[in-house]
Design a protein around this ligand. Sequence first.
Ligand SMILES: Cc1cc2nc3c(=O)[nH]c(=O)nc-3n(C[C@H](O)[C@H](O)[C@H](O)COP(=O)(O)O)c2cc1C
Length: 171
Amino acid sequence: MDFFETVNNRKSARVFQDRKLDPKLLLKLLETLNRAPSAGGLQAYRVFVVRTMKTREDLVIACMEQDCVARAPAVLVFCADKMQSEARYAERGYELYAIQDATIAAAYCQLAATALGLSSVWVGGFDPLEVSRILKLGEHEVPVAVIPIGYPAETPERTPRKDLKEIVKEI
Ligand SMILES: Cc1cc2nc3c(=O)[nH]c(=O)nc-3n(C[C@H](O)[C@H](O)[C@H](O)COP(=O)(O)O)c2cc1C
């Protein structure tokens, strides 16, 4: 699958096969997201890999009962480390760069999943305090995205996009 096919094939999937994730594929995902750009190369984030059923079920509750989180064999939670970026970039690092670092890594991860024949969904609807409690995050760490990943059990519909004219403005 070339890059453009990967981008076109990525669709949010919320149903997964009941099958453990091949550790080699998980490693490839992690190596790929680790190639994402970050402000000053700081990589001001941590990625939590959650595979135990108990913690996945706890995350379902934190994610407003979205049960796709427990249905996937692995859930990756991307957490921005705001203090790490603040140390170099002051307020801009704290408020923006750490969040962007984590976000870009999560986007790379979703594309890598597609390229590996896996499916995923970006879950942003969660209680950040509850996710922080489950993952025992530090005071300056913020969960940015919860991404269940597994083998596809459905072929999701392609979702529409705005016309380019609506989002692009040449000035
Ligand atoms: C920031 C963000 C938050 C999202 N939160 C959720 C969510 O909580 N639950 C969910 O099922 N999908 C969530 N999604 C997935 C979107 O609904 C989905 O990406 C969008 O409808 C486009 O569909 P596609 O991913 O299949 O192209 C989220 C996506 C993003 C980028």
